[in-house]
Structures are given as C-alpha cells and as structure tokens.
Design a protein around this ligand. Structure first.
Ligand SMILES: C[S@@+](CC[C@H](N)C(=O)[O-])C[C@H]1O[C@@H](n2cnc3c(N)ncnc32)[C@H](O)[C@@H]1O
Length: 186
C-alpha cells in the first residue's frame, strides 16, 4: 500500500486518540448471530481489524487472537481496550499487500469491510482444515446508492462461494448492499 493510504487510515484513527470521536469497539452481528459456531478453541485472525471490536470478541470467546492492520493508531486503541477488558489480543502492524501469511495457522479468519482479491489464496492457505472463514463486505448493490464508489471494492454475486470453492457454505446472505458469508474449509 502507499504511504499516503496508510497515513489516511492513521489520521482517521487519530480522531479517536485525540478524543474528538468515541471508539465503539463494536462486534458485528454476523458473529453474534452465529455465536454457537465459535467455540473458542484455537487461533483466530482478524484481518484489517481497525479498532478491533471483532478481535476483542473472538478473544473473549477464548481464541488466541491476532489482529493485523496497517494503522498503528487503530491498533494502539485496540491494545488499550484489550488491557481494559483484561483479554489478550496480539496486534501486529502489517501491510497486508506484503505480509507473509502463516500457513494453516488459524481456526477462524475474519474479514470485515476490507476487500483485496489478491489475498484470497493466502487467506485460504492460512486456515486449518475445518476452520471458519467469516467475510462481510459490500456487494454490487452498494453501487446503486453510491455510484461513485470504487467498483473494485465490492463483491460480485456469489463471488466468495466461487473463490472459496473448497469451503462448505454455512452462511451466504447477499441481501441488500452487504454480503455476509461464513464458510468452513474442508
Ligand atoms: C473499513 S476499515 C475496516 C476495519 C474493521 N475490519 C471493521 O470492520 O471495523 C479497513 C481497515 O483496513 C486497514 N487496511 C487497509 N489497507 C490495508 C493494508 N494494505 N494492510 C493492512 N491494513 C490495511 C485500514 O487501516 C482499516 O483499519
């Protein structure tokens, strides 16, 4: 990624550090609504974690949780909140474009509001057999309301099903402008 892109994300999270905005550390409903799938055994990765509300939740379920993002500011807010809750989250400042993804290292891999198709193979390889991929981001319907949005960053119809063809589909909800997907690696 470019320096300008990383600085843009850091500036966004700096508003929380300065107190201008209140961080919410929100857990997404896709996880909460399917909580029974997440038994807390093993290792979890939250990709492009942001403020890390989902990483915190995974850690609270019992997973050894790693949260990766390019923004040092976002991750410092996450670390402070993890300490406040007395849970462990391993935060790593990485550029996902260049990251050496560990092979077969995770039992849960979450991606929320981030799309880089070049990373799909690495995500697949990073999950252990039986592991869960949780993916939620905008789909092409989003362009109806926001035609100026970069079409590269929205999912096509059934794109995750097709890209992760070796996964058993648990959830594939494409209603509205967001795709909510959970698949189990076979
Ligand atoms: C829209 S936010 C989503 C954050 C979080 N997953 C959520 O749903 O709240 C996208 C995140 O991706 C991170 N990001 C974007 N490009 C990245 C890259 N190449 N490497 C690492 N992180 C990146 C940004 O810092 C930002 O936190």
């Amino acid at each position: 990624m470019s320096v300008a892109d990383r600085e843009r994300w850091d500036e966004r999270y700096a508003r929380y550090l300065s107190g201008e905005k209140e961080p919410a550390f929100k857990t997404d409903e896709l996880l909460l609504n399917h909580g029974a799938l997440f038994q807390g055994d093993g290792d979890a990765l939250d990709v492009a974690t942001g403020l890390g509300g989902n990483a915190l939740w995974l850690s609270e379920q019992g997973y050894r949780t790693t949260a990766v993002d390019c923004s040092a500011n976002g991750l410092s807010l996450l670390s402070a909140e993890a300490a406040r809750r007395n849970v462990a989250v391993d935060t790593q400042i990485v550029d996902l474009d260049d990251w050496q993804w560990p092979g077969q290292a995770f039992d849960v891999l979450c991606v929320f509001r981030f799309l880089n198709r070049n990373l799909f193979d690495a995500m697949n390889d990073s999950l252990r057999p039986g592991g869960l991929l949780v993916y939620q981001t905008f789909n092409t319907n989003f362009l109806i309301d926001k035609p100026g949005f970069n079409a590269e960053y929205v999912l096509a119809d059934n794109e995750l099903n097709e890209s992760f063809a070796n996964f058993e589909v648990v959830v594939n909800d494409q209603t509205g402008s967001t795709t909510r997907y959970i698949g189990r690696k076979t």
